[in-house]
Design a binder for this molecule. Structure first.
Ligand SMILES: [Zn+2]
Length: 269
C-alpha cells in the first residue's frame, strides 16, 4: 500500500504540471519541465517530489526564484489521496481489482486537475470533461463498469435506487441541482462548468453516492464561502467550486459507509 503513496507523489507532480500548463495554454502533455521564471529545463534531480523542493530550499537552482508551495503541496495531497483510495477499495494486484482502482483514480485525477485549474481561473476545461466521458464509455461498453462500480454509502443507494435507469440518469440528476442554481442566479452564483462536473460525478458514482458527494461538497463550499464573506466583508463572492467537488467525492469514497451507517442504524434497517 505504501507504494501507492510513492506513486501518488509522482502522479501529483504530473497533475500539477498539467494544470499549470493548461493555465498557460502550453502543450501540456509532451514537453519537458522547465522553470517558469528562467526557462531552464529541469534535470531528474530537480523533479523528485517533495525531496527536490526541500533540498533546494524552495528555490530554483539556476535563478534562485522561489518555487510555489503549490508544487510540494499538490504532490503530498495526491500521495495521500491515492493511498487512501487504494486503502478504501482494498486494491489488490488482480486485473479486476486494478481496473476498479483505475476507474475511481481517473475520476479523482480529472477532478484534481480541474480543481487546480478552477482555483486559479474560475473556469472548467471541457477537454477534461470529454476525457472523463470517454473513460466512462470504455468501462461501460466493455461491461467493466458493472463489475467495478461500488456502493460506498450502501443504504443511501438502496433508497435512491435508480439503477435500472443507469448512470446517465444519475449524471442528469446530479447536474440538475447545479443547473437549477445556474438558472435561478442567471449564471452569477454558479458557473455552467459546475453543472458539467456534477454530471461526470453522477456518471461515475452510483446515484446515492453522487448525492452524498454533492451534499458534502456543498457543505464544505458554504463553509469556505462564509469564511470569505467574513474575511472580505463582502456579500458577493465568486467561489471556485471544483475543489469542493473533489473533496466531496473523495470523502464519499473513503468515509461513505461510516457517514451513512450510524444514521441508518438508528432505524435498524
Ligand atoms: Zn529558474
Amino acid at each position: 500500500m505504501f507504494a501507492f503513496f510513492i506513486f501518488g507523489l509522482f502522479w501529483g507532480s504530473f497533475l500539477n504540471n498539467v494544470a499549470f500548463r493548461l493555465e498557460r495554454e502550453e502543450d501540456y502533455f509532451f514537453s519537458r519541465s522547465k522553470c517558469p521564471q528562467c526557462g531552464q529545463f529541469l534535470s531528474w534531480k530537480e523533479l523528485i517530489p517533495i525531496i527536490s523542493f526541500l533540498w533546494q530550499r524552495g528555490k530554483c537552482c539556476h535563478c534562485s526564484t522561489k518555487i510555489s508551495w503549490r508544487y510540494p503541496l499538490s504532490e503530498l495531497i495526491t500521495g495521500i489521496w491515492v493511498y487512501l483510495l487504494a486503502l478504501a477499495l482494498q486494491t489488490k494486484f488482480t486485473l479486476l481489482s486494478f481496473s476498479q482502482f483505475i476507474f475511481y483514480f481517473s475520476l479523482l485525477s480529472i477532478l484534481f486537475v480541474l480543481a487546480l485549474y478552477d482555483w486559479k481561473t474560475f473556469l472548467v476545461d471541457d477537454r477534461f470533461i470529454w476525457l472523463a466521458i470517454a473513460i466512462f464509455l470504455i468501462y461501460y461498453f466493455s461491461g467493466l463498469y458493472f463489475k467495478v462500480v461500488k456502493d460506498f454509502s450502501f443504504l443511501l443507494n438502496y433508497f435512491f435506487d435508480f439503477s435500472k435507469f443507469g448512470p446517465i440518469i444519475s449524471g442528469l440528476i446530479s447536474s440538475s441541482f447545479f443547473l437549477f442554481f445556474f438558472l435561478i442566479t442567471k449564471g452569477k452564483g454558479m458557473g455552467f462548468g459546475d453543472v458539467k462536473v456534477a454530471f461526470i460525478i453522477g456518471l461515475f458514482l452510483k446515484i446515492g453516492d453522487a448525492i452524498l458527494s454533492i451534499m458534502l461538497s456543498s457543505f464544505l463550499g458554504s463553509v469556505y464561502g462564509i469564511y470569505l464573506i467574513i474575511k472580505n466583508r463582502r456579500w458577493r463572492q465568486s467561489l471556485p467550486f471544483v475543489p469542493f467537488f473533489f473533496l466531496g467525492v473523495l470523502a464519499t469514497i473513503i468515509f461513505g459507509m461510516h457517514i451513512t451507517k450510524p444514521y441508518f442504524d438508528l432505524f435498524k434497517i
